[in-house]
Design a protein around this ligand. Structure first.
Ligand code: ATP
Length: 320
């Protein structure tokens, strides 16, 4: 059995709205419609979907914050609702937009406080803080009040706080939101290092495709409370990336006309086309392109993962 196990998990919300003076109208929202999946220990999983897909609701059920309407879930061999307190010792959470650090205190003080809560004290706590501050590069931040930190610095301290008690699973919700390109890159490699060194299972939600591409081998895509896809990132690209973009520059002006090619942009001697490789053999297409004129430069690229995922989102919960 996996470290996280979910079967037919469902969550409905009933919301009530005042309709008339004395009457109310009730509406049922099926936020999560019976999803199933398993996560193995040490895996880095991207759990993604558009706004309102059901990601937070799922995470809240897995961390024991919300009770499911029906279905089964098990994290670290525990029932998240019945064993919520016990589970807190085995998991960590980082919500990019929320803070678990005391705003006016330096992280060192929060770490001490959390150490007390988790029963890690003295030498053991010092050792742990030392290791995490080395890995997360926050040594020089330990004595600075959180309110004086940049977002990137704060997030690194948040991650350190969530890892203090050596959790087996960490839920990262939008960890790189609002960070600049360099801070994002840096944070991703730190997360990777933690996963490799401590075998921490990483359950990541992010709207940033870079997070997914750089960190995760597996991806679960959810929309309208239903899992649209659960596959490896590699397979996802292979299965859905049947369109190639070819850019060509010819030495002389050309008369461009090629069956099966969708022209994206064109000048007198250059053209950018999209070719569906399901209907057109890529080698044959390239051979035909070389017959049109003398080629000075050619590049063939795949569609970005971002576009592939947007296409899958547009399946709108109708299944694969
Ligand atoms: N407490 C609640 N009461 C009523 N409806 C809710 C509640 N929480 C979530 N929902 C609804 O459930 C659906 C799923 O919401 P959820 O927050 O899980 O989405 P999400 O995938 O996390 O979205 P986002 O990317 O915007 O955070 C939405 O339609 C949302 O409006």
């Amino acid at each position: 059995m996996g470290i996280i196990c979910v079967k037919d998990l469902k969550k409905e919300f009933i919301i009530s709205k005042r309709k008339g003076f004395l009457t109310r109208e009730y509406k049922r929202i099926e936020a999560v419609k019976g999803i199933s999946f398993e996560v193995e220990e040490g895996q880095m999983l991207a759990f993604i979907g558009p706004n309102g897909a059901g990601k937070s609701t799922t995470i809240k059920m897995l961390t024991g914050i919300l009770n499911p309407t029906s279905g089964y879930s098990n994290v670290l061999g525990l029932d998240p609702q019945k064993d919520r307190k016990k589970l807190a010792y085995g998991i960590g959470t980082v919500f990019g937009q929320k803070s678990q650090l005391w705003f006016h205190l330096p992280p060192k003080d929060t770490f001490e406080l959390l150490g007390n809560i988790y029963g890690i004290e003295g030498l053991e706590l010092n050792k742990r803080v030392e290791y995490l501050s080395e890995v997360l590069e926050i040594k020089e931040l330990l004595d600075i009040p959180v309110r004086k930190m940049s977002l990137g610095q704060r997030i690194k301290c948040e991650i350190a706080a969530s890892l203090l008690h050596r959790p087996k699973v960490i839920f990262l919700d939008e960890p790189t939101i609002g960070l600049d390109v360099v801070a994002k890159k840096n944070l991703r490699s730190l997360i990777k290092r933690i996963n490799q060194e401590e075998k921490t299972t990483i359950f990541l939600t992010s709207h940033d495709i870079g997070d997914i591409e750089k960190l995760c081998k597996r991806i679960i895509i959810i929309n309208l409370g239903t899992i649209l896809m659960d596959d490896s990132v590699k397979k996802l690209k292979y299965k859905y990336d049947n369109k190639k973009i070819i850019s060509l520059r010819y030495t002389d002006d050309i008369e461009f006309n090629l069956e099966g090619a969708k022209v994206l942009s064109q000048t007198t001697n250059a053209v950018r086309i999209e070719v569906d490789t399901e209907d057109n053999d890529i080698d044959e297409t390239v051979a035909k392109l070389f017959k049109i004129g003398k080629v000075e430069d050619i590049s063939i690229s795949s569609r970005p993962l971002e576009e592939i995922i947007a296409d899958i989102y547009s399946l709108r919960g109708e299944g694969e």
